[in-house]
Every structure is written in structure tokens, then in C-alpha cells.
Design a protein around this ligand. Structure first.
Ligand code: MN
Length: 244
């Protein structure tokens, strides 16, 4: 049997083919899995569980059908859908895990997270993250009318694009938007684990690392922009593959 990991689908109304591919994945391969983990950025944006978006409703129904078929679904919030709440999780039949979390997969303790916490070189982003994860900020934001929240999300996306193009112009895009190797080492040391799985950077890979003489593995999930991406973990190891 196999445990499946996905992240960074960035679902929204503008890319219906990705939403359809996800629905197909949930109705086929996922039905035979031991469990499904979604490590953040399932949605391109999330301004509150009361947003009546068609994509959100469709995804909740499909996830709920999978959960009802007996496959546990877990979700870690990403930097785009960090406001996804208990209400939506209940509708979708999934449980929300903290970021990071430790899960034991076929005997192997594994750290799972969205991945943005590892990108510590992006100081401006980490400040934005700290601000928007503050419960007081979130309560105030969610108290605004839906239209105002949607406008804010659009602004935040434009600001994020401008921030990234600034990094590109400065030639620091590659390093700043990737994980900090020193932070990765310190996280491995803090948790005392040999394997971590995350998304966020859209740089799918299985990194075999040597940290102070011992083997470590860092698995990075791929995004779902041009195709899907899934990590399959079983008793014998793991396999990261594109999905189309
Ligand atoms: Mn992300």
C-alpha cells in the first residue's frame, strides 16, 4: 500500500483543467491509497471559508467522497491558503495538521511541511508571514466583507509578483526563493529525523544529503501548473512522479 503526497496545485477558476486533473486523481489512484497528504497551496488564494467559489465547492465534494471511501486526508496550510479554516476542512472531510508536523510512514518518522518556513533568506516574505499568521490579524481580516477580502488577495498576489520580479532583476531569485541549506540542516538537527517532505519552492527533487556525516533525505514536491505531481511512499521507499 502507498501513502500519497501532493502540494502546490494552486487551484482556481482560471485553470479548470488542473481542477479536473485533481478530481480525476482523487477518483482513481487516491482511492487505493493508505492516506493522502496535501502539503499546502491547494488553492491559488483563500480569503475565508464563506467564499462561495465553485472550485472550492467542487474540491470539497471530491475530497469528502475520497474520505468517505475510507482514505484519510490531511492538509497543511500553504502561503496561499493559510486562511483555510476548520469549517471548510469539515466540509472536505480532511484534518488540518500544524506546519511542520511529524508523521510515521511505514516505520519511518518523517517531517512534513509546506516549505515556506525553510526559505529564511526571504526576509520580506517571512515578515509578511509572521504578520498574517497572527490570530488578531486573521480575525480582523476575516471580519471584512468578502469583496474587500477578495480585493486584498488580488493586491497581495500583485505585490508577490512584483517582489519576485524585483528578485529576478537583482539576480537573487534562485537563491532567495529556495530553501536555506543552513535552515534545512538545523531543522533536521532539531527534529532528529532523516527525512523531510515539503512543497512550496516548485523545484521537485529528491535530495540525498550528508549532514555531519549522516544521510538525510529532503523530498520536494512539484507544482501542478503544466502537469500534476505526486509522491508515492511505501514500505520499500519513495517515488516522485509527474502526473498528466
Ligand atoms: Mn507556497
Amino acid at each position: 500500500m502507498t501513502t500519497l503526497f501532493i502540494s502546490d496545485l494552486h487551484l482556481d477558476a482560471e485553470r479548470p483543467q488542473t481542477t479536473a486533473l485533481f478530481g480525476q486523481f482523487l477518483r482513481s489512484e487516491a482511492r487505493g491509497a493508505d492516506a493522502l497528504y496535501i502539503l499546502g497551496d491547494l488553492f491559488e488564494a483563500w480569503v475565508g471559508d464563506d467564499d462561495p467559489s465553485e472550485t472550492g465547492a467542487y474540491v470539497a465534494a471530491e475530497l469528502r467522497a475520497l474520505a468517505d471511501s475510507g482514505v484519510p486526508v490531511s492538509f497543511i496550510r500553504g502561503n496561499r491558503d493559510f486562511l483555510l479554516g476548520d469549517d471548510y476542512a469539515r466540509r472536505a472531510g480532511m484534518r488540518i495538521l500544524p506546519d511542520p508536523a511529524v508523521v510515521v510512514l511505514y516505520g519511518q518518522p518523517t517531517l512534513i511541511q509546506h516549505g515556506d518556513l525553510l526559505c529564511t533568506d526571504d526576509v520580506a516574505y517571512q515578515q509578511f508571514r509572521a504578520q498574517t499568521r497572527d490570530p488578531a490579524w486573521q480575525a480582523q481580516f476575516l471580519a471584512q466583507p468578502l469583496a474587500a477580502r477578495l480585493a486584498f488577495a488580488q493586491q497581495a498576489r500583485a505585490a508577490s509578483k512584483a517582489h519576485q520580479s524585483g528578485l529576478r532583476d537583482a539576480g537573487t531569485m534562485e537563491t532567495i526563493t529556495d530553501v536555506s541549506p543552513a535552515t534545512v540542516d538545523s531543522v533536521f538537527a532539531r527534529y532528529g529525523l532523516v527525512r523531510m517532505i515539503h512543497g512550496h519552492t516548485h523545484r521537485p527533487a529528491v535530495h540525498e544529503l550528508d549532514v555531519a556525516g549522516s544521510a538525510r533525505q529532503r523530498v520536494v514536491l512539484g507544482d501542478w501548473y503544466d502537469q500534476g505531481s505526486v509522491l508515492r511512499v511505501n514500505r520499500d521507499g519513495l517515488q516522485l512522479q509527474a502526473l498528466s
